[in-house]
Design a protein around this ligand. Structure first.
Ligand code: FAD
Length: 431
């Protein structure tokens, strides 16, 4: 790693162009920012890029995050040389069905000749395993440091940061926005449906004269995910369940535990229902869950750590901004509905491609342009597929239940389509 140069403000006073403190600054040490920092550091022998990583928190602060994440087999392949959480549980089979309607499909690792379809790990365990790997590198990591909006200049980016009440600026050739975040906590913008309606009302000619398209595509799914860890009386080891109900999908992801009886629950429903269930006694909650999910794994015997997440889509139109000097990755680029477990997996593919492009072309706008080009298809397909699934499987409309049933049944009878879908969910499109 190159030496850090803290002299940027002094040089501003002399009028000379300030030197760069780093080639690349990554804002956000969530799983995506950490993975990017780790991959860049591994390439530093050939690319000799100096990298700084900034986060308002410590990795240990993630220990209490209630999310369990399904990490795909493709992400495992990308991560395994860098870091891997010890206690990840493999998913060998996924059972997809609808409550009260026909249609069911099974996805089995043996059909794809894979050790597993994916793995379930806690968000905090993923962050901490990656943090350990990054600590062993020369990445300059600033903890408890809050980054403000960057200022773009012709040759780089200036970032004002603040730590323990002390503010200063850093300059870099390239800035990566890995600030992540959750739907609703991120900056809002007009709803896609509203945008589509406005354009339809204006007509194509008038729409073409409107200012540049909105920077973000957003959609409020009108749903909240209630998460927690449940135990069941008749577990099926390494089987994940996705069950669509009239209220929204219920996912149960295997988490091991005694007798393999622990499952991460993601129960999507209208916000008012989620709030009501969050306040129920454990016994009442488990009874309602049993009624909604059915008895495929016996009874639900325990629930721990209930927490709620509002669900929506936030997707930047462009991954690169600031005269080609700012790139967005992970949830900063797109926040998705968790229905197909794609958010982190897509973010890791963003980070891996960006590390590749920066290592190849250096900290230049050319690297970012190449990165944006490489990510276009995968982003488009994954965001589109997740948005379609979220809308198709979260709307309570009888005709849609029939359509969903037909889709699930068709998957069983057309193996190439099922295989293509499974491969997209596991590996995305990488180039
Ligand atoms: C209920 C639920 C279930 C999910 N399940 C899955 C799943 O099964 N599979 C899957 O792939 N994905 C899943 N996801 C999505 C996944 O959680 C996210 O895609 C992933 O966490 C994004 O990682 P990130 O590093 O981009 O952002 P984050 O995890 O949000 O991390 C961002 C980091 O940036 C820091 N930061 C932010 N702003 C600043 C600033 N100004 N200055 C300094 N630091 C800053 C924050 O402190 C944080 O550490 C799920 C999401 C939810 C809500």
């Amino acid at each position: 790693m190159n030496a850090v140069n803290p002299a940027s403000e002094t040089d501003h006073k002399s009028g000379a162009p300030a030197p760069f403190d780093h080639d690349v600054i990554i804002v956000g040490a969530g799983p995506v920012g950490l993975a990017l920092a780790g991959w860049l550091a591994r390439r530093s022998a050939t690319s000799s890029l100096s990298v700084a990583l900034i986060d308002a928190r410590e990795p240990e602060d993630s220990a209490g995050d209630p999310r369990a994440i399904a990490v795909s087999q493709g992400s495992r392949t990308l991560l395994q040389a860098l870091a891997w959480p010890q206690d990840a549980t493999s998913i060998e089979r996924i059972h997809v069905s609808q409550r009260g309607h026909f249609g069911r499909t099974l996805i089995d690792r043996n059909d794809y000749d894979l050790p597993a379809l994916g793995y379930v790990a806690r968000y905090g365990a993923i962050v901490q395993s990656l943090a350990q790997a990054v600590r062993r590198t020369g990445v300059h990591w600033l903890h408890h440091t809050h980054a403000q909006e960057p200022v773009v200049e012709h040759d780089g980016v200036t970032l004002r940061i603040e730590s323990a009440g002390v503010a200063r600026t850093l300059r870099a050739r390239i800035l990566v926005n890995a600030e992540g975040g959750l739907y609703r906590v991120q900056a809002p913008s007009a709803d896609t449906q509203q945008q589509e309606q406005n354009e339809a009302e204006r007509g194509p000619a008038e729409a073409a004269t409107q200012p540049a398209p909105a920077q973000k595509r957003t959609r409020d799914y009108g749903q909240t995910a209630l998460v927690g860890v449940v135990s069941v009386s008749a577990p099926q080891a390494h089987v994940a369940w996705e069950r669509f109900t009239d209220e929204g999908p219920i996912a149960l992801l295997p988490m091991g535990g005694p007798r393999d009886a622990d499952y991460a629950l993601v129960w999507c429903s209208a916000p008012v229902e989620a709030a009501r269930r969050a306040a129920l006694s454990d016994a009442d909650f488990l009874a309602e869950l049993g009624a909604a999910f059915g008895a495929r794994m016996g009874r639900f015997t325990q629930i721990q750590g209930r927490a709620a997440f509002p669900l929506g889509l936030n997707a930047l139109d462009a991954l690169v901004s600031g005269h080609g000097r700012i790139a967005a990755v992970g949830n900063a680029a797109q926040t998705l509905h968790p229905v197909a477990g794609q958010g982190l997996n897509l973010g890791l593919r963003d980070a891996h491609a960006l590390a590749d492009s920066l290592a190849q072309h250096g900290a230049t706008p050319l690297a970012l342009a190449e990165f944006a080009g490489r990510r276009a298809v995968d982003r488009g397909v994954t965001i589109g597929a997740t948005d379609t699934l979220a809308r198709l499987f979260t709307v309570d409309f009888p005709a849609l239940a029939t359509l969903r049933g037909l889709a699930l049944t068709a998957l069983e009878f057309v193996p190439p389509v099922k295989a293509a879908l499974a491969r997209q969910m596991m590996f995305g499109q990488r180039n």
